[in-house]
Design a protein around this ligand. Structure first.
Ligand code: NDP
Ligand code: HSE
Length: 404
């Protein structure tokens, strides 16, 4: 029998428990041994819930039980998750987690510890919810040198942007809805300010390029400045706005960023709506490959955690190689990153165009009938630094969004 302990009985942890117990027969068959949930750890009581029979409040019970083979964590945060992960691996047990904060910060250290102990530290659910992306990067795409990853990596913000775009909903109302549906982080600032997507692109980039991409080095903008007026322009232009986590290797220089991007209806990620996430990888061998699915939510995320449990149950005593070296990759300065920009300016286009052209050169002007006292323009491709220089010469800029 393979015994599992689940840490955290919130949105994801309760889903993991549900899938492991309800699908026990098929899971055990796929492992070739019975997979049993021996413990669930949480701070709270759950009166009347079937979990009561396995509920514990003291992690040491799990750590000190030699029958526990796999610990699946869905508590979130760094503390005590880091302490628990380290202690679990040091005790000769396997660990898997949906916790991207933990993986982005301590990934290389915990992978190295797992390797030393001949155990596994897996984290499929840490990026893209239910989408298999970590295992494909670590196993299926390993014959290629990935050159670019662009992803809609946060379900909450994609849910908000989609509802603002398609239903004209208000930012605050949709955020509350996303929280009620269990999509958002405990502190939703992590979602709306892009910090969650930042950790996810750091994890994907580290695996794709093989060395540590530190999330703290990644330029990050969230979606809090996106307004209903921006969507009036996108509607006219058949475009949409998505929060992207991006990284690319340009002649050996690694760029990485998180920011809202305006994309047109032919972009492969244009139709990734609601809580869905989409991840596009490019490489000279694979060309383009895209991954799509639910980026957050109880059962889709549980699916990814359970897949890790199954993998660890199959390889209980052998380490699955994962290359994420601790040496930091130097991230190229955002100032040199090149994009077109969509810019909204106060005033009348006829009166202001000379000022805009003097700063930016030729631009494409966009106006929308029911948006008065302002206009928008689209720049040519320019480096971030050049954009900032030009923008400083134009008064009344209200908004700027990169275009992809
Ligand atoms: P929840 O807040 O719903 O669940 C976390 C659970 O863990 C809560 O029940 C919490 O108890 C419990 N917990 C916290 N600290 C401890 C502790 N020290 N000991 C025991 N139990 C503890 O979070 P989610 O399930 O939404 O998320 C969990 C993790 O999964 C996070 O890292 C998140 O980023 C990640 N994730 C979430 C997804 C989602 O769709 N929700 C998708 C992919 C990843 P209490 O409530 O009392 O604090
Ligand atoms: N808060 C995260 C999101 C959960 O909305 O994408 C999944 O990682």
């Amino acid at each position: 029998m393979v015994n599992v302990a689940v840490l955290g009985y919130g949105t994801v942890g309760s889903g993991v428990y549900e899938v492991l117990t309800q699908n026990k027969e098929v899971i055990s068959k796929r492992v070739g041994d019975e997979v049993n949930v021996k413990y669930v750890l949480d701070l709270r009581e759950f009166p009347g819930d079937p979990v009561e029979s396995v509920l514990v409040h003291d992690f040491d019970i799990i750590l000190n039980d030699p029958e526990v083979d796999i610990v699946a964590e869905a508590m979130g945060g760094l503390n005590p998750a880091y302490k628990f992960a380290k202690a679990t691996l040091e005790a000769g047990k396997n660990y898997c987690t949906s916790n991207k904060e933990l993986v982005a910060k301590y990934g290389p250290e915990l992978i190295a510890l797992a390797e030393k102990m001949n155990k596994n530290f897996l984290f499929e659910a840490s990026v893209g919810g239910g989408i298999p992306i970590i295992r494909p990067l670590n196993e299926s795409l390993t014959g290629d040198n990935i050159t670019e990853i662009s992803g809609i990596l946060n379900g909450t913000t994609n849910f908000i942007l989609t509802k603002m775009d398609k239903e004209g909903s208000s930012f605050d109302d949709v955020l509350k809805e996303a929280q009620a549906l269990g999509y958002a982080e405990k502190d939703p600032t992590a979602d709306v300010e892009g910090y969650d997507a930042c950790r996810k692109i750091a994890i994907l980039s580290s695996l794709a390029y093989g060395s540590h991409v530190d999330f703290e080095d990644i330029y990050t903008e969230g979606i809090t400045k996106i307004t209903d007026v921006d969507f009036k322009y996108t509607k006219k232009m058949n475009k949409s706005i998505k929060l992207f986590g991006k990284s690319k290797n340009v002649n050996g220089k690694i760029y990485a960023m998180v920011a809202p991007f305006m994309i047109d209806d032919e972009h492969p990620l244009f139709s990734v709506n609601g809580v869905k996430n989409g991840i596009l990888c490019k490489g000279p061998v694979i060309d383009d490959i895209m991954f799509y699915g639910s980026g957050a939510g109880k059962l889709p995320t549980a699916s990814a955690v359970v897949a890790d449990v199954i993998e660890e149950a199959r390889y209980l005593n052998s380490h699955i190689k994962m290359v994420w070296e601790p040496e930091k990759i130097e991230i190229a300065d955002i100032k040199t990153d090149e994009n077109k920009y969509f810019v909204r300016v106060e005033g009348n286009a006829d009166a202001k165009l000379a000022e805009v052209k003097a700063a930016f050169g030729e631009v494409e002007v966009v106006t929308v009938d029911d948006v008065t006292d302002e206009f928008a323009f689209i720049t040519n491709v320019m480096a971030h630094e050049k954009y900032e220089e030009a923008a400083a010469k134009v008064s009344g800029i209200k908004q700027r969004i990169r275009m992809a």
